[in-house]
Design a protein around this ligand. Structure first.
Ligand code: PXP
Length: 246
């Protein structure tokens, strides 16, 4: 079964638009996580960025209390955030690149260039009982390096596929890249997740990518929730994912 991890950062983005710098405010990411889980989500994904532009530290601890399924902590590989992860003890961390200027995580990790540092963090997390995923572009050398680093999971960056969705030729090229990457990762013993830019329209096509275990989806769910409410937005998406055959 293809699982859904709901990326909850966007709830905090809305709160921070009004309440930045204040110790409270609405909407609450923890309450949203509870609703997503009750609607059938298999996990909650949360990214504490170094600049704290959306989730705040207090959100993380609240999420740790509330989340009953699986907390996936998205994080940059920096000493401050690594220390927080080791204290938080999420079920899994997803290491991502972070640039302050970006609107959202734009590219995948350069695992090849950062093999040593990633391998060290991977080991520290695993020693603490936390699984490790690496968010990467569908590039053979990066996938090979992810296996070398010893990650349990890769999350394939689907952003380019989503961006090019309107152009049939371009989207087919991106889809083929993702298909090959998933096959390569699976052959190397890596588990395969995917995410970024996935929505109710482009999701059916992503079913052609084999071996996927989990999709991490945020923006489109929170956007749809404005019209339908969060439980319906989650259930609609789970319905679209239910006929995935791997
Ligand atoms: N996976 C990763 C690693 C991400 O950084 C994001 C964006 O926060 C997502 C998945 C979800 O992307 P989207 O909000 O476009 O669904």
């Amino acid at each position: 079964m293809l699982k859904l991890g709901v990326n909850i950062d966007h709830v905090a983005t809305l709160r921070e638009a009004r309440y930045r710098g204040l110790p409270q405010g609405e909407p609450s990411p923890a309450e949203a996580a509870r609703l997503c889980e009750a609607a059938g989500a298999h996990g909650i994904t949360a990214h504490l960025r170094e600049d704290r532009r959306h989730l705040q530290d207090r959100d993380l601890w609240q999420l740790r209390e509330v989340v009953q399924t699986r907390l996936n902590f998205e994080m940059a590989n920096t000493p401050e955030i690594v220390a927080i992860a080791l204290k938080l003890k999420p079920e899994i961390v997803c290491l991502v690149p972070e640039r302050r200027q970006e609107v959202t995580t734009e590219g995948g990790l350069d695992v090849v260039a950062n093999e040593q540092a990633l391998a060290e963090t991977r080991k520290r997390m695993n020693d603490a009982g936390i699984e490790v995923s690496l968010f990467i572009n569908a590039i053979p050398t990066q996938i090979q390096a992810a296996a070398f680093v010893g990650a349990q999971v890769i999350e394939l960056h689907t952003g380019r596929f989503a961006e090019h969705f309107a152009d049939e030729t371009e989207r087919e090229t991106e889809l083929q890249r993702l298909i090959l990457a998933a096959k390569q990762a699976h052959a190397l013993g890596l588990r395969v997740n995917a995410g970024h830019g996935l929505n109710y329209k482009n999701l059916p096509l992503i079913h052609r990518v084999p071996h996927m275990e989990e999709l991490n989806i945020g923006h489109s769910i929170i956007s749809r929730a404005i019209a339908t409410g969060l439980p319906t937005a989650v259930k609609d998406l789970l319905g679209l994912m239910s006929d995935y055959r791997g």
